[in-house]
Design a protein around this ligand. Structure first.
Ligand SMILES: Nc1nc2c(ncn2[C@@H]2O[C@H](COP(=O)(O)OP(=O)(O)OP(=O)(O)O)[C@@H](O)[C@H]2O)c(=O)[nH]1
Length: 414
């Protein structure tokens, strides 16, 4: 597991600060104050354990970036921290194959370093596709992206790019050059947008653009962003990072909007949306189970609200594991719902009955107490009714299960 970050910094204060940021990113700092110490530490450990290195440009025993050369030669993605922002130092740093460099002149850089470290870890599972017909610029972009731990693919035109896309669903970002296949870059992006929304695939258009007109054309054709070439290393990486962060923020919002905060199961709205979009054509042979825990109020009253929450989470886990192949939801309170498409009445009845039994046989451990729970379930089968009718009928059957003594499944066909 690559969870360690080698921090080489001679100032004690700097070492402490960077180590704190490394920990904040969920990683383990290994701090040393000189190149010699770094070499010793590294020789005593397994290289694969290191995600990257954060290295001060100038150290007492390595005044001209020699520590950077060491970490790069040890195949560690290297982030450089420096006090100096002069052109000569910048040139000396960027001449090496580093991930990025940070000048210690304001506090924002520490926030940036924190994001960068978290990204290097996440990037290992993110695919980036470079589509450019010019080998030199394609290779340069690939090299920059690899240093950031991305899974990088490169194509010289649309056909090759499409082949990569169909084989690699983890590709989330594309860099598309204007000039591919005879200046077809913009057209290609417009075509890509038929299959991939801006929220699922970020596309950055690239062009030399002497006219000033291309950025708008790219953006109007579906690109998330535009980069004018030749571009500098830093702008390229900032845009890549920013576009991926945007994609992730959208994904987080979507997840929060679609799921129940306590159990993580889909919520009622998302449940209906899934059924409406994924099962629209298949109304035959479907079943719906409405599940309600028995005497749940007394769990809260006797053991407290936290105990009630623990019960709800356990039941949600059982639902998620037994019905992982079908839409499920927490409707609210202690009520859950399971939709079973393409299943005979016998199959659905067996699955739901197995679940009821499992709940009754799975006491929930809360602090030092074992809490027994049971559930009542209304189950309805149909060959053609819509989901609203199924729900109304399942509700009636649930009421019957409650009034007939609880801990049972009441089922019927409609
Ligand atoms: N701990 C906890 N309790 C909740 C939550 N949502 C709703 N409840 C409680 O769930 C209880 C539901 O009580 P009732 O509707 O009377 O149902 P019951 O006690 O299970 O009775 P029957 O359904 O008739 O067996 C109420 O006390 C709610 O306050 C939650 O997220 N966490």
């Amino acid at each position: 597991m690559q969870t360690k970050v080698l921090v080489i910094e001679s100032s004690q204060k700097g070492l402490q600060l960077v180590s704190k940021l490394v920990r904040k990113a969920g990683l383990i700092p290994v701090g040393v104050s000189s190149l010699t110490e770094a070499q010793v530490r590294f020789s005593l450990s397994t290289p694969e354990e290191y995600l990257c290195a954060v290295v001060a440009y100038s150290l007492p025993d390595a005044p001209h970036g020699e520590a950077i050369d060491f970490t790069i030669s040890a195949f560690m993605p290297t982030i450089v921290v420096t006090d100096r922002a002069d052109a000569e130092t910048r040139k000396a740093i960027l001449g090496r194959e580093i991930v990025d460099y940070l000048v210690k002149d304001n506090h924002q850089i520490y926030d940036y370093l924190s994001r960068l470290l978290a990204r290097l870890d996440k990037n290992k599972s993110i695919g980036v596709l470079v589509v450019d017909d010019k080998r030199k610029s394609r290779t340069a972009m690939v090299s920059l992206l690899r240093r950031h731990n991305f899974l990088v693919y490169s194509a010289n035109g649309q056909d090759e790019a499409m082949a990569y896309l169909s084989d690699n669903p983890h590709i989330q970002l594309m860099l598309v050059d204007y000039s591919i296949d005879g200046n077809e870059g913009i057209h290609f992006i417009a075509e890509l947008r038929r299959a991939y929304s801006k929220e699922e695939m970020a596309i950055i258009g690239i062009a030399e653009d002497r006219t000033g007109l291309l950025p708008a054309t790219f953006l109007k054709s579906g690109a998330n962003d535009f980069l004018r070439s030749p571009f500098c290393h830093e702008e390229f990486l900032c845009r890549v990072m920013q576009n991926l962060e945007l994609l992730e923020n959208v994904e987080t919002l979507r997840r929060v909007a679609n799921s129940d905060y306590l159990t993580g199961l889909p919520n009622r709205r998302h449940f209906f949306f899934t059924i409406a979009t994924q099962y629209r054509q298949q109304a035959d042979n479907q079943a719906l189970a409405l599940i309600d825990l028995d005497h749940f109020k007394s769990v809260n009253d006797t053991y407290g609200h936290d105990a009630g929450d623990a019960v709800l989470k356990t039941v949600a886990e059982l639902i998620a594991s037994l019905f992982s192949d079908v839409p499920v939801a927490r409707f609210g309170g202690e009520e859950f719902c399971v939709y079973l498409p393409f299943q005979s009445a016998q199959e659905a009845q067996k699955r739901v009955e197995d679940f009821r039994l499992l709940v009754s046989e799975t006491p929930v451990l809360y602090k030092d107490k074992l809490l027994s729970i049971t559930s009542s379930i209304g189950l309805v089968f149909t060959h053609g009714e819509n989901i609203e009718t199924l729900l109304t009928e399942a509700d009636k059957l649930l009421y019957k299960a409650k009034s007939s003594g609880r801990n049972q499944v009441c089922a019927r066909s409609i």
